[in-house]
Design a protein around this ligand. Structure first.
Ligand code: SF4
Ligand code: SF4
Length: 319
């Protein structure tokens, strides 16, 4: 490791050049939410996401994630597409909805590529460890982001930045470069607001900041390989991949969210959201050709057929 100091300004400038919205540095002391994570897993709220059980030990002890690393550089990446608000269907329309982060290229790849460039920059400054995590792996991203002063964790469990809202991905670079941790965000600006809790159509919040993922539309349409339970399928409100409701209703997004300048997050217009038979008519090869480099690849063609049918059916409930 180099002893050459790197200033916070130089780091922020490097992150800004790569198009990140914000950047901070977090220490790697144990998580303050370790017991809550254990209780959450024991309650079964992770559903079939067994990897969260396997990752728990490292999530509780971020210093074990990357041997040799002394801090995590935490980056926020705005993914809000320019067309997002115009693309929201009106009540009663026959269009289904896809979460805003999934209308362009696969955000893991988009984020990973630029995190890799930041890691290269850190190595140029003298780092011998610079390992990247792009919204994946055993990283407690939101807690590290709060620790790095980038925002607070809202009642909807999202990281909210006071001047930008929550339409952001969180990436990290674990490094041994001599970087001073930035002051943490020791505030909570949700106040008495409960809009996100009240708006959730499947009542997935057990209480503020406690999500039963098995009831969340994002889990049901992306993570779960099973049929969507009938009682919840009726409540999809037209969401065919993910759900933005608890972000959309947040006053911090309404007031401060701005479109992303990252080209790969822009809406490709590749999804026929008025066509109930769109995925039924694709075969596997065509699905991969069109969506293999997008988030829709995760549920795959079978998952998207399931989602599309359920989402269009749920529009009847709204009519
Ligand atoms: S993403 Fe949608 S379903 Fe999931 S908690 Fe938020 S509002 Fe509820
Ligand atoms: S909608 Fe209200 S309660 Fe929910 S995260 Fe936003 S400010 Fe907090």
């Amino acid at each position: 490791m180099s002893d050459r100091p790197v200033s916070a300004e130089a780091l922020r400038a490097a992150a800004e050049r790569l198009g990140f919205l914000a950047c901070g540095v977090a220490s790697l002391e144990p998580s303050r939410h370790g017991d809550a994570l254990e209780r959450w897993l024991r309650a079964g709220y992770a559903g079939t996401m067994r990897y969260l059980h396997r990752q728990a030990r490292k999530r509780k002890h971020p210093a074990d994630i990357a041997p040799g690393a002394t801090v995590a550089v935490v980056l926020l990446d705005n993914y809000l597409p320019r067309t997002a608000s115009a693309a929201e269907p009106e009540p009663g329309s026959r269009r289904v909805k896809v979460a805003k982060y999934a209308r362009g290229g696969d955000y893991h790849l988009v984020l990973q590529r630029r995190l890799g460039l930041l890691a290269a920059w850190l190595r140029e400054q003298g780092a011998t460890v610079a390992l990247t995590w792009a919204d994946a792996g055993p990283v407690p991203e939101r807690e590290l982001a709060q620790r790095a002063g980038l925002g607070w964790i809202g009642k909807n469990t999202m990281l909210i930045r006071p001047d930008a809202g929550s339409f952001c991905l969180i990436g990290t670079v674990f490094t041994d470069l001599a970087l001073e941790p930035t002051p943490g965000a020791d505030y909570d600006r949700c106040g008495s607001c409960t809009r996100c809790l009240d708006a959730c159509p499947t009542q997935a919040f057990v209480e503020p900041r406690l999500l039963d993922a098995t009831r969340c539309i994002s889990y049901l349409t992306i993570e779960s390989r099973r049929p969507i339970p009938a009682a919840l399928a009726d409540r999809l409100e037209g969401w065919g991949f993910g759900c933005d409701i608890c972000n959309d209703v947040c006053p911090w997004n309404m007031r401060f969210a701005e479109p992303s300048g990252v080209p790969e997050y822009q809406d490709r217009g590749a999804i026929a959201d008025e066509d109930p038979g769109f995925f039924d008519r694709l075969d596997e090869a065509e699905f991969i050709r069109r969506f293999g480099d997008t988030p829709l690849e995760r549920p795959g063609l079978a998952g998207m057929r399931r989602n599309w049918a359920a989402a269009f059916n749920s529009l009847e409930e709204l009519a």
